[in-house]
Design a protein around this ligand. Structure first.
Ligand code: PLP
Ligand code: COI
Length: 342
């Protein structure tokens, strides 16, 4: 049987699904080696590797889409490559050259092509590049040897509401990152640090925490594993902060919003301003643009009702559709955001 037919694409969760192949490349003796194709789902690494003890681990997340024309497109690969290099610099790891990143992502998609979901299913192939420090160290020090890997897994929506409204909460009880810490880098440690807050939010029925800036706890920062935007006075507003990940989806939506004639403001946004927001969404590769219904401040008890009718607003809907149309090849890719996998 064709392996593809075994998957219920339209009901895929955002989770791990085993792929036939992953790719690996080692950095040893000051250079990157040959790309290795592996069908192993496990790794054999030293018990004292820096990734295990001192968190030298960085990753990326990007997606491949099967278009209306049958072609497979990877969205904004160069931006993910650039951000991985910035994360590497932030954690004193070896930067992965863009060409290596590109070749490994494209090959990982090609080798697992049967896992790229069909057009119209709403699912996509999530590409997860990651880099780890391998050198055994007991003193706190960077590694000399690194492993860069690319694995893929087909995914559905990150929040179970998909493009329906989801509720999130604010709490001052937890910080995701420190004011001048690693928030701008995509390192595993940031996610470990946010687990407790996320679990608290999930236990209370929220899909994510909208973290505040860790210095003053006055301004909105980001929304769990996603950036945040809102619509206020018809403008696209999104937090400016040094402690958040610079989201590629957010960058793309800002461009599309400007193209639609909207004003875009990237600035500090106070919690009180939520009162005047008519739309809001959690945005990212995994979250796409997940509309937000209500934001509850757990410390003050204040509830900000964003979508009174619990329906995605017109601007969020237009942006979501536009973004998807570009990624699925329905609309022309005027900015050259897609890499076609041939
Ligand atoms: N913020 C965090 C903490 C994330 O993990 C992600 C996901 O990558 C984002 C924001 C969104 O970034 P992007 O749009 O580049 O996926
Ligand atoms: C992404 O959107 O790519 C992410 O990395 C978010 C999350 C699944 C960690």
């Amino acid at each position: 049987m064709n392996k593809q037919t075994e998957i219920d694409w339209s009901n895929l969760p955002f989770g791990y699904y085993p792929a036939d192949y992953n790719l690996r490349c080692y950095y040893r003796n000051g250079k990157w080696g040959e790309i290795e194709v592996s069908s192993e789902e496990t790794l054999n690494i030293h018990i004292a590797a820096t990734t295990l003890h001192y968190g030298q681990e960085i990753f990326e997340g990007l997606k491949a889409f099967r278009g209306a024309d049958g072609k497979i497109r990877i969205f904004r690969l160069e931006e993910n490559a650039r951000r991985l290099r910035e994360s590497a610099e932030g954690l004193l790891m070896e930067p992965v050259p863009e060409d290596l990143f590109r070749e490994m992502c494209i090959r990982a998609v090609k080798l697992n092509e049967y896992l790229v979901p069909p057009y119209g299913s709403g699912a996509s192939l999530y590409i997860r590049p990651l880099e780890i420090g391998l050198t055994p160290r007991i003193g706190v020090k960077t590694a000399d040897e690194y492993l860069f890997m690319v694995m893929v897994t087909p995914v559905g929506p990150y929040f179970k509401t998909g493009f329906g409204c989801t509720d999130i909460c604010i709490t001052r009880q937890f910080d995701r990152v420190a004011p001048r810490g690693t928030g701008r880098f995509k390192c595993g440690g940031n996610y470990a640090a946010a687990l407790k807050a996320s679990e608290m939010a999930h236990d209370k029925g929220y899909s994510a925490v909208l973290f505040l800036d860790p210095m003053e706890k006055k301004y909105l920062d980001e929304c769990g594993p996603a950036n945040f935007f809102a619509v206020k006075d018809g403008k696209y507003i999104t937090p400016k902060s040094d402690s958040i990940l610079q989201s590629i989806t957010n960058m793309s939506l800002q461009t599309l919003a400007k193209d639609m004639g909207l004003e875009v403001e990237c600035r500090h946004i106070t919690v009180d301003e939520l009162e005047e927001c008519t739309e809001a969404a959690a945005i990212g590769t995994a979250a796409v643009a997940s509309p937000i219904g209500e934001i509850d401040d757990l410390d003050t008890g204040k509830k900000y009702i964003i979508a009174k009718d619990r329906k995605p607003g017109p601007i969020t809907t237009a942006l979501y559709n536009k973004l998807n149309d570009i990624r699925y090849g329905v609309e022309p890719d005027t900015y050259g955001w897609n890499t076609i996998v041939e």
